[in-house]
Design a protein around this ligand. Structure first.
Ligand code: ADP
Ligand code: ZN
Ligand code: ZN
Length: 668
């Protein structure tokens, strides 16, 4: 029996590739892209074969034998490995840490029972493969032109579908999909949405439109069994449409022919821990690698995308009007809270507007991006406030649950009966969250059916979907919610949106705060009047003359984006500058800062600027202090070259400080 040597990528933080020996007849070697079970650190783990070799530099006495090759599974395509390799290089992580965690858990266990069962189940699937769509609505001319541009695009073509809320972007995607599926009998299409809660609505649309096409969904709330089946269906090329959240960008799609990224501006396309990748950016790379079109859809594109569209790198497709006949964009009004003083958080104008909707049997939505009852409680007698003992943050009052909760470290306490420092029994909630707004509404409108949708009210699996369904069925008069309700949903009977207290974001230190606030306000405003009835949006603010609100009132993304881009250009910020952020965590702030200072002084590099370390805005979380160091360059290749060297140096420091590097950070 002859030997070959397998170079195997494993999910380990430092060196991710290891050589193993495998006995096989010549010509019967395993294939690159196959999964293999190997011994590693006294365990058996699954790795990815990245090379098959006739010799190895590892001394024979150190070399271990691979245990089993998963030959029942088709190898991951070389192009998929190249994608993982690109992500690994770009985000400065080892290949194994990128390639393996994205696979279903059941593929990465020593036993193959689950894999074999799933393969058998899929093989039995003989559902029709007929890409003919069911009846399609007639598109308006702008939609038709957009759908044809996408469906007919050849080669790598990045397209921005810039369409106001309710302009029928979904219909454009579906008809472009129909063109691609109709033309190419193997074609696969990947559609990404920012929020898991948006998948059921779109999933329903896709299934109704393409009854003969296999659709697979990939998102974090699938069971392991489902995830395995769906992933395999994509990997085997059976699923022609794959719909998912950001993690789906790393799925294996051998015949990928079109990528759609809906609400491309949404921050949730950025993974915020571990491999901090941008699914949108990886998607553009993947489209480029494969030479296929990619559509980025939004009413409020990210400035990065907008910049590319303005410079001609991305092709811009515009939908300026709402799709449903007679539907127009809502009238946006600013309610000056200095003049119209709120009662229970609601101004007289908003209360009157709510009353009008109730009388007419229409739905209203109140948007407040703060869950809980009150963001903090305090003692008027001595000034005590409910700080978290582990974080630079307040403990939030959750009245229905009788709890104080820290939203950062999840510390939970009973609500104190009296002030912990002076004994005063009269502790006051300060400010308002969704629970308190809900309570005020119930007192004000006892006859109204009120529903709150936020992370607290939808903790149970399936409860978010049930809540959204009841809104669609018209069983809700007033919906109160956080950003969970702001995105994408097509609520047909909604004619009033009230936006409560968006002002804090105006004064944030984060330079992206205004871009985000604008997008969020346009999105939530866009939930109103989608079915045709006249609709209004009331924004309660203390800064009614702020230019951002002026732009929201005029629905004027173009001009607002132009002014933000000009500011960014002058200030030397993205997209005119490339950034990376080194973060460090330690029990004492000084330790973290000292590590970052050493990192700062460890490498000098042309065209790359290393700033001084600073504590993070929220310095302490869960008893750990956090600091960060920003690195900038006007050249992406220069920054990449710097980071490659720098990461080696940082690793070699072997510091006890926990550190992480983020490329293209969103939150600074
Ligand atoms: P967007 O994603 O751009 O906010 P949607 O795709 O949700 O908008 O479409 C908004 C509404 O318009 C939906 O109810 C949809 O069914 C409807 N719609 C889309 N295209 C057409 C069309 N060509 N004719 C009639 N209604 C349409
Ligand atoms: Zn007190
Ligand atoms: Zn905390």
């Amino acid at each position: 029996m002859a030997h070959c040597f397998l170079q195997v990528a494993l999910d380990t933080p430092l060196n991710s590739c290891f050589d193993y020996r495998w006995s096989c007849e010549p010509g019967q070697e395993p294939l690159v892209g196959q999964l293999v079970l190997v011994p590693f650190a006294r365990r058996e783990v699954v790795g990815l074969i990245v090379a098959v070799k006739q010799d190895t530099e590892v001394p024979l006495d150190k070399l271990k034998d691979a245990i089993a090759v998963r030959s029942q599974l088709a190898p991951l395509p070389e192009r998929w490995i190249a994608l993982a390799q690109f992500a690994a290089d770009y985000y400065q992580r080892p290949l194994g840490e990128v390639a393996l965690p994205g696979l279903p858990k059941n593929l990465r266990v020593p036993k193959t029972v689950a894999l074999d069962r799933a393969l058998k189940k899929l093989a039995k699937d003989d559902s029709a493969h007929d890409p003919t769509p069911s009846s399609m609505p007639v598109l308006n001319p702008a939609q038709q032109e957009a759908a044809n541009s996408i469906g007919g695009a050849q080669g790598f073509t990045p397209l921005l579908l810039y369409g106001v809320t309710g302009s029928g972007k979904t219909e454009v995607y579906l008809q472009a999909c129909a063109q691609v599926l109709g033309r190419d009998r193997d074609a696969q299409i990947l559609i990404l949405v920012p929020e898991i809660n948006l998948t059921p609505q779109l999933e329903g649309n896709i299934r109704a439109r393409f009854p003969g096409v296999m659709l697979a969904t990939l998102h974090s709330s699938l069971s392991e069994g489902e995830r395995m089946l769906h992933w395999l269906a994509a990997h085997e090329g059976r699923a022609r449409i794959v719909l998912g959240t950001r993690l789906a960008i790393l799925s294996s799609l051998p015949n990928l022919k079109l990528i759609v990224i809906d609400e491309e501006h949404d921050p949730s396309y950025k993974q915020q821990e571990g491999l901090r990748y941008s699914a949108r950016d990886l998607a553009v790379w993947r489209a480029h690698q494969l030479g296929i079109p990619i559509v980025l859809g939004s009413a409020t594109p990210s400035l990065e995308t907008w910049h590319h569209a303005q410079s001609g790198r991305y092709r811009k497709l515009e939908l300026r009007e709402r799709a449903v006949r007679d539907a127009v964009l809502p009238t946006v009004k600013l309610v000056d809270m200095e003049r119209d003083r709120p009662k229970d958080g609601l101004t007289g104008s908003l209360i009157a507007a709510l009353r009008g909707r109730l009388d007419r049997g229409e739905q209203s939505l109140l948007f407040l991006n703060r869950r809980g009852y009150a963001p903090v409680i305090c003692c008027d007698a001595c000034g005590w406030i409910s700080n978290c003992t582990r974080c630079t943050a307040f403990m939030v009052l959750h009245r229905p649950e009788h709890r104080l909760r820290c939203h950062h470290c999840s510390l939970e306490l009973r609500i104190p009966r009296h002030c912990p420092t002076c004994g005063n029994v009269d502790l006051q909630p300060l400010g308002r969250g969704t629970q308190r707004i809900e309570e005020g509404l119930a007192a004000m409108f006892p006859e109204a059916r009120i529903l709150r949708i936020d992370a607290d009210s939808t903790r149970l699996k399936g409860s978010a979907q049930e809540a959204f369904d009841s809104v669609h069925r018209g069983e809700v008069d007033i919906l109160v919610g956080t950003q969970m309700v702001a995105k994408g949903h097509d609520f047909k009977k909604l004619t009033l949106v009230g936006i409560l207290n968006p002002d804090t974001a105006l004064f944030s230190q984060d330079y992206r705060a205004s871009e985000r606030l604008f997008a969020q306000l346009m999105q939530v405003a866009g939930r109103a009047g989608r079915a045709g009835a006249a609709s209004e949006v009331l924004v309660q603010t203390r800064y009614a003359s702020h230019p951002l609100y002026g732009a929201v009132v005029r629905h004027d993304y173009d001009r607002f984006a132009a002014s933000l881009l000009e500011e960014r250009r002058q200030a030397g910020l993205p997209p005119f500058m490339y950034q990376a952020l080194l973060r460090a965590e330690a029990p004492e702030l000084a330790t973290a800062i000292a590590f970052l200072e050493a990192a700062r002084d460890s490498l000098v590099f042309d065209a790359v600027m290393i700033n001084d370390p600073i504590p993070m805005t929220m310095t302490r979380v869960h008893n750990v202090d956090r600091a960060q160091l920003l690195v900038e360059s006007a050249s992406r290749p220069a920054l990449q070259a710097f980071l490659r060297e720098w990461v080696e140096i940082l690793r070699a420091m072997k510091s006890r400080v926990r550190w992480s590097l983020e490329v293209d950070p969103l939150d600074i």
